[in-house]
Design a protein around this ligand. Structure first.
Ligand code: FES
Length: 578
């Protein structure tokens, strides 16, 4: 596919830094020697930047220091010169208010690192949720040859003989504890077992979704995203990724050669077939914005309506990523839906997507379903419209109680997350399972960072009555490991004066997923009166990253990227070497 003629060493970006007979190149070469490298170790070789998102607080990437060494091994083998560059690790668990607040920060860092250093190709070390879109967004904007090394899911694990899933089971057991059915001692034991190895969350949460998407977009080696982090094949894949990065540098295969409209359509089909995370909608929209490819919520809804869910993986289904790998992994699943894919799409492996699918053998037909026996025939994700969400909202019907997908009930409104935490369990509110819980000011600007608060808690007294799902609405996101009848990404958000801001206790809200409607049952006149009484909250930041974030972040349906980082068709100048 990309059997382009190899470039001459003089055509590499790094040649301008290291290859010329001038003062600056003298300085660069002398500093390579200061680092202990002889001339023949780097002269005339592609420089491969290994963007490592490791740090001590991103436990999903605990194996990344070793994997960086594995990548370097491959780069050396292929005749390249590896340079490891630490970039911000976005830890899903530790970053507050949410790692999403910093996705664009990492994307900017990656873009500028790739632009300023003498890098001919990059290996993007990703895994924990936002690292994948962030580094891909940066690579797209810098448009330097790049390849993704997916970090791989963590090992399957069990507790008291029962399979356990990171993320999804935290919510499940927290609800059990709230219902008084789980002791403190048992809850503490779960801490020892729930995340039992390096690797990202082992469900089809956001991390697994985004690495699968990186693969089907053509930016990672075939089969790489399903490999468990601790499998010996993962180290071999890392080494092969390093070797392929050298080839990409010689052939100058650019991210924008790979990330075409067809590639994004393939990504959306895959998102639906794997029953992937709602977060992928925001990330894919942002990534497409960097590539000047218009993606709308309707693209997601259209493809959802004709794509079956075939991966029987939690939180939609039953199994975890290690089972998916054993059953044949992403390639086997893609083979099942090959008629829905644009198979001529190019990939960084130098092959087409068609060639990457192999023979599509499935080794467990309950984990990866045949088209004749899908987990759901269609409708993994749905896009809603209506007077409560003029610019759209998202729900994951496959992970909700089905009888809630058409629902009408009175609103119980919480003005922000602290208000929700303070009052949700107050029996005086008298909530029933028919209420619709509404959280305001949890969106891109209101929270800020559109955190994963969207699986709003069910009151303890209802949990004790056996209630496990309710209709919940917010302008927040939801963890890819979460589940429930949660309407998310309501746009425009309440903080900027979206209609969600005007909902009051007792208002009737109707949800009709089949009809794609979310309606606040008040008159337009009443809506206008409430709007006229509303005042926008004061901006939270007057300086620093917070101000940049507030000034530039778009709404959920636009991808929450910074406006000035959307591609406008112009080409950024290569840095001069003075
Ligand atoms: Fe890192 Fe779930 S916490 S992927």
């Amino acid at each position: 596919m990309f059997s382009r003629p190899r470039r001459a060493p003089e055509e590499l970006r790094s040649h301008r830094y290291l290859g010329k007979d001038d003062l600056r190149s003298f300085g660069h070469r002398s500093r390579q020697k200061q680092a202990g490298f002889a001339t023949d170790e780097f002269a005339g070789k592609p420089v491969i930047g290994i963007l490592n998102t490791w740090n001590d607080l991103i436990s999903c990437h605990a194996h990344f220091r070793q994997r960086a060494e594995d990548i370097k091994r491959g780069v050396w083998q292929a005749g390249g010169f590896p340079v490891e560059i630490p970039v911000m690790g976005l830890s899903e668990t530790f970053m507050k208010p949410t790692s999403m607040y910093y996705r664009n920060f990492l994307a900017m860092e990656a873009e500028e690192v790739l632009r300023t250093y003498p890098i001919d190709a990059a290996v993007l070390m990703v895994g924990c949720d936002k690292t994948t879109p962030a580094l891909l967004m940066g690579a797209l904007s810098a448009n330097v040859p790049s390849i993704v090394m997916p970090g791989g899911p963590m090992n399957r694990t069990a507790w008291r003989g029962e399979p356990l899933a990171s993320g999804s089971d935290v919510w499940k057991f927290w609800a059990e504890r709230g219902a008084g059915r789980l002791s403190c001692e048992a809850w503490c034991q779960l801490e020892d077992h729930i995340a039992a190895s390096p690797g990202h969350c082992m469900t089809m949460g956001t991390a697994s979704t985004m690495t699968a998407i990186a693969e089907v977009l053509g930016m990672a080696l075939p089969g790489s995203s399903s490999l468990p982090a601790t499998h010996s094949g993962h180290a071999r894949m890392a080494s092969a990724t390093g070797r392929q990065a050298v080839e990409l540098a010689w052939q100058n295969v650019l991210p924008r050669d790979i990330l075409t409209r067809d590639a994004f359509e393939n990504a959306i089909v895959t998102l639906m077939a794997i029953g992937g995370s709602t977060n992928a909608i925001v990330h894919l929209t942002a990534m497409a914005g960097r590539a000047e490819i218009p993606l709308t919520l309707e693209d997601f809804d259209r493809i959802s309506q004709c794509t079956p869910v075939l991966a029987n993986l939690r939180p939609t289904g039953q199994y975890v990523m290690a089972d998916f790998f054993d059953a044949g992994g992403l390639q086997a699943l893609l083979y099942q839906i090959r008629d829905l894919l644009k198979l001529d799409a190019a990939t960084i492996a130098g092959t087409s997507l068609r060639e990457n699918l192999g023979d599509g053998q499935i080794f467990n037909h309950d984990v990866i379903r045949l088209r004749s026996n899908p987990v759901c025939s269609t409708g993994s994700l749905a896009v809603l419209r209506g007077n409560l969400c003029p610019d759209g909202a998202v729900i994951k019907p496959a992970a909700a109680e089905q009888d809630l997908l058409k629902h009408r009930g009175p609103a119980a409104v919480f003005r922000d997350y602290p208000d929700l935490k303070a009052r949700i369990d107050d029996p005086a509110l008298g909530l029933t399972k028919d209420h619709v819980i509404v959280l305001q000011n949890a969106g891109p600007l209101g929270a800020p960072g559109i955190p994963e608060w969207g699986m709003l808690p069910i009151p303890k007294y209802l949990l004790q009555q056996g209630v496990r799902d309710m209709v919940r609405i917010s302008d927040a996101r939801m963890s890819g490991t979460s589940y429930g009848a949660c309407v998310l990404h309501v746009s425009p958000e309440s903080w900027v004066g979206g209609p969600l801001a005007f909902v009051e206790d007792g208002d009737i809200i109707s949800l009709d997923v089949a009809g794609r409607l979310l309606t606040l049952e008040i008159s337009e006149e009443e809506m206008q009166q409430r709007r006229s009484r509303w005042t926008q909250p004061e901006p939270r930041f007057s300086r620093g990253y917070g101000k940049l974030y507030f000034d530039q972040t778009t709404q959920a349906h636009e991808g929450c990227d910074f406006r000035f980082l959307h591609s406008d068709g112009s080409t950024d100048a290569e840095p001069s070497i003075y």
